[in-house]
Design a protein around this ligand. Structure first.
Ligand code: ATP
Length: 238
C-alpha cells in the first residue's frame, strides 16, 4: 500500500536558519501519526510546509500520489489536506457558524455544508449551543474545538493538528484527545503535533521524536511511550 502522505528528506529554512534538516516519514490512510519534541524542534515548520505556507528548500512531499512541493496553499486544501494551526486563528468577531462556513470556502454543495456544520455541533455540542455568538467569546479549549471543526469543513483526507492541547485545562485536553480518537475511529487520517507527548503517543499508531530539525527516534506510539529516553526527556521521568 502506498502512503497517503510521504515526506522524503524535507529541508526548510528561514533565510539562513535551517529549521528542518532533512526529515522523512509517512502517514498511511486511517492512522494517527504524531511528531513530538521540544520547542523549536521544527514541528510547526513541518506542518506549515505541508500545507503550502512555507516552501521546502529541498526534499519531496507526495500527498495522495501527487507531488506538493510548489502547490499553493488553497490548492493543497482542495487536494484534501487541512491544517488546524497552532494558536487556533479563529475569527473572533464572526459567529461560530460563520467560522465553520469559512472552512468550507472551496465547497459549493450547500446541503452538504449544512450537514457538516451539524456534524461539527454533534462532535462539539458547545459549538451548537453557542452557534450565533462571536467566536471570540469562546474559552481557549472551545476555540480549539472550533479550529478543529473548521478544518474538518473542507472534508479533508488528512487532518493536521498543531498543538491542539496547548494551554488547555486537563479536562478540556481529555475532551480534545477523545475527539481525535473518535475521528480516527470514523476513518480520518491525522498528523498530530503535540508537546504533550504522553497524550499524543497514547493515541498514535506511529510517532517521531524531533530535535533541532531532525527526527532522532521513530516507533509505534506504544513503543515510544515505553522508551526510556523518551520517558526521561518528554514524560518528566528521572
Ligand atoms: N518565522 C520564522 N523566522 C525565523 N525563524 C523561525 C521562524 N519560525 C520558526 N523559526 C525557527 O525555526 C525553528 C523551528 O521552529 P518551529 O516553530 O517549527 O518549532 P516547533 O517544534 O514547532 O516548536 P514550537 O512548539 O515552539 O512551535 C526554531 O529555531 C525557530 O526559532
Amino acid at each position: 500500500m502506498t502512503a497517503l502522505l510521504e515526506v522524503e528528506d524535507l529541508k526548510v529554512a528561514y533565510g539562513k536558519i535551517e529549521a528542518v534538516k532533512g526529515i522523512s516519514f509517512t502517514v498511511d490512510a486511517g492512522e494517527i501519526v504524531t511528531l513530538i519534541g521540544t520547542n523549536g524542534a521544527g514541528k510547526t515548520t513541518t506542518l506549515r510546509t505541508l500545507s503550502g505556507l512555507l516552501k521546502p528548500a529541498a526534499g519531496r512531499i507526495t500527498f495522495d500520489g501527487k507531488p506538493l512541493g510548489t502547490v499553493p496553499a488553497h490548492k493543497i486544501v482542495a487536494l484534501g489536506l487541512a491544517h488546524s494551526p497552532e494558536g487556533r486563528h479563529i475569527f473572533p468577531r464572526l459567529t461560530i457558524t460563520e467560522n465553520l462556513q469559512l472552512g468550507a470556502f472551496l465547497r459549493t454543495d450547500k446541503a452538504g455544508i449544512e450537514k457538516d456544520i451539524q456534524r461539527a455541533y454533534d462532535l462539539f455540542p458547545i459549538l451548537g449551543e453557542r452557534q450565533k455568538q462571536p467566536a471570540g467569546t469562546l474559552s481557549g479549549g472551545e476555540q480549539q474545538m472550533l479550529a478543529m471543526g473548521r478544518a474538518l469543513m473542507s472534508q479533508p483526507k488528512l487532518l493536521m493538528l498543531d498543538e491542539p492541547s496547548m494551554g488547555l485545562s486537563p479536562i478540556m485536553m481529555q475532551k480534545i484527545m477523545k475527539t481525535i480518537a473518535e475521528l480516527k475511529s470514523e476513518g480520518m487520517t491525522i498528523l498530530l503535533v503535540e508537546q504533550n507527548a504522553q497524550a499524543a503517543l497514547s493515541l498514535a499508531d506511529h510517532g517521531h521524536v524531533m530535535e533541532i530539525g531532525k527526527i532522532v527516534l521513530s516507533g509505534s506510539g506504544q513503543d515510544l511511550l515505553h522508551d526510556e529516553s523518551v520517558r526521561k526527556a518528554y514524560l518528566g521521568e528521572d
